[in-house]
Structure formats: structure tokens, C-alpha cells
Design a protein around this ligand. Structure first.
Ligand code: GTP
Ligand code: MG
Length: 238
């Protein structure tokens, strides 16, 4: 059996309580529509999308995007989906099926979000580089993650909206420092320009695949991979 023949990915986005885990919100994003978005990346485009079924897949992962309301979780996911349809290596092998549950982020959905944490294999934790509050709330998000997510969940911190240079209030160095402090891989992204979007998902997928191998000959180092890939494409350090 080839474990490589197919990888099924599920992704969801979440911002419980319509903002931060502290309930403070970001201030910047007045609207609170933290939908839970589920995406099934289905290999074999000739097959119809198969939701809630893993019979065709050797490996199935669930990935969640979390962070304050308005940091760009939905945009990042949509950007990735479009990239996946357009970009080289994915185009011939991956079809994407989206199901969107727009939960509006009300308090009463918090328990739903917590249930998702428990099942998540990977979490992309986003803040918005133009929104200091969303950055300050990262620690609270990490507390929530430690409380509800699996202990060995793959976690990556993303500073999104890196394209918005004029509005930027959180420096890349600040993100790096925070990530180091908590031992979490980190990079900046932009759903608008596409900066590092595919890399973020690919890095997480590679880490998950590595972990799922029965006999991992060497440990996959997510941050090193990300740094190498950013350098080799000559992109995106600021
Ligand atoms: N400049 C810039 N704007 C972005 C980027 N990503 C998202 N936005 C904008 O930020 C706003 C919020 O984006 P969403 O993706 O809806 O945010 P969200 O995190 O899903 O928010 P909730 O669903 O409320 O939790 C939108 O107006 C987007 O256009 C980005 O990379 N760059
Ligand atoms: Mg959203």
C-alpha cells in the first residue's frame, strides 16, 4: 500500500466568540463572522468530491485556522484554494471541495470550536500585522490551544496582511520573537498578494506526512523548511 498515493486534507477557520479568546476582539474588525470552513482536498480529480469519507485515502488530516476576527483566515483559505487550482504541482492531483458553515462567531458556538480543536491535527494561528490587538491576543489563543488541542498538534504562527506595508504596526521581528518564545514556527503571509500562502499549507502538510510515517528516518524541521523555501524562492522576508 502506498501511503503517498493520496492525502486528504480538511481545513477549517475559526475565531471563537467573534474575536479573540479573551473576548476582547480586535477592535479593527467590527464585523464578527467567524465561519467554520471545512475544505476537503481530494486527490484524483476525476472522482467526485467525497465528504466525510476516507475510504480512498491513506492519510487524512484536519487543519484549522484560528485567530481574531478579521485577521484574514477565510481569505487565506480561499487564496490557498485558488492557488491550489492554479499552481503547478497541485493542479493535476488535487480537487477542492469547500463546505462553509458560517457560525457567526457567537459565544454559543464556542463549544463547537473547542470540539474542532480536539480533532485538529494542525493549527494555523493568525494575527494581522496591521492590528496590534490581534498580535497581543496570540498568547491567549495559545493558552486556549494548549487547553483544547491535542498535545502534539502541529502549530504555526502566521502574521497575515504582510502586503499592507503602510498600515503595518507589528514588525516581523516582533512576530519572530514571540514565535521563538513559544517555540512555534512562524512566517508572514498575505492572502491578498499570495505571499507564502501555499508554503504555509505545504509546510504543515509535510510535517504531518512526516509524522505519519511509521519509520521516520529523520525529523522534519518545519521552521528550517520554511526558511529554506523562502530563501530559495528569493521571497518574502518583509
Ligand atoms: N491587505 C490585506 N487584507 C486582507 C488580507 N487578508 C484578509 N484581508 C482583509 O481582512 C478582512 C477580514 O478578512 P477575513 O478573511 O474575512 O477574516 P477572518 O479572519 O476570516 O474573520 P472572521 O471570519 O470574522 O473570523 C477582509 O476585509 C479582507 O479583505 C491580506 O492578506 N491583506
Ligand atoms: Mg472568516
Amino acid at each position: 500500500m502506498s501511503r503517498k498515493k493520496a492525502i486528504k486534507g480538511k481545513a477549517g477557520t475559526s475565531s471563537p466568540s467573534g474575536g479573540s479568546p479573551t473576548g476582547k476582539g480586535t477592535g479593527k474588525a467590527a464585523r464578527s463572522s467567524p465561519g467554520i470552513v471545512q475544505m476537503n482536498g481530494v486527490v484524483h480529480p476525476s472522482r467526485p468530491s467525497i465528504s466525510n469519507s476516507s475510504e480512498f485515502y491513506d492519510i487524512a488530516f484536519k487543519v484549522m485556522l484560528v485567530g481574531d476576527s478579521g485577521v484574514g483566515k477565510t481569505c487565506l483559505l480561499v487564496r490557498f484554494k485558488d492557488g491550489a487550482f492554479l499552481a503547478g504541482s497541485f493542479i493535476s492531483t488535487v480537487g477542492i471541495d469547500f463546505r462553509i458553515w458560517d457560525t457567526a462567531g457567537q459565544e454559543r458556538f464556542r463549544s463547537v470550536t473547542h470540539a474542532y480543536y480536539r480533532d485538529a491535527h494542525a493549527l494555523l494561528l493568525l494575527y494581522d500585522v496591521t492590528n496590534k490587538t490581534s498580535f497581543d491576543n496570540i498568547q491567549a489563543w495559545l493558552t486556549e490551544i494548549h487547553e483544547y488541542a491535542q498535545q502534539d498538534v502541529v502549530l504555526m504562527l502566521l502574521g497575515n496582511k504582510a502586503d499592507a506595508t503602510h498600515e503595518r504596526v507589528v514588525k516581523r521581528e516582533d512576530g519572530e520573537r514571540l514565535a521563538k518564545e513559544f517555540g512555534v514556527p512562524y512566517m508572514e503571509t498575505s492572502a491578498r498578494s499570495g505571499l507564502n500562502v501555499e508554503l504555509a499549507f505545504t509546510a504543515v502538510a509535510k510535517e504531518l506526512k512526516h509524522r505519519s510515517m511509521k519509520d521516520p528516518s529523520e525529523k522534519f524541521k518545519l521552521q528550517e523548511y520554511v526558511n529554506k523555501e523562502m530563501k530559495s524562492t528569493g521571497c518574502c522576508r518583509s
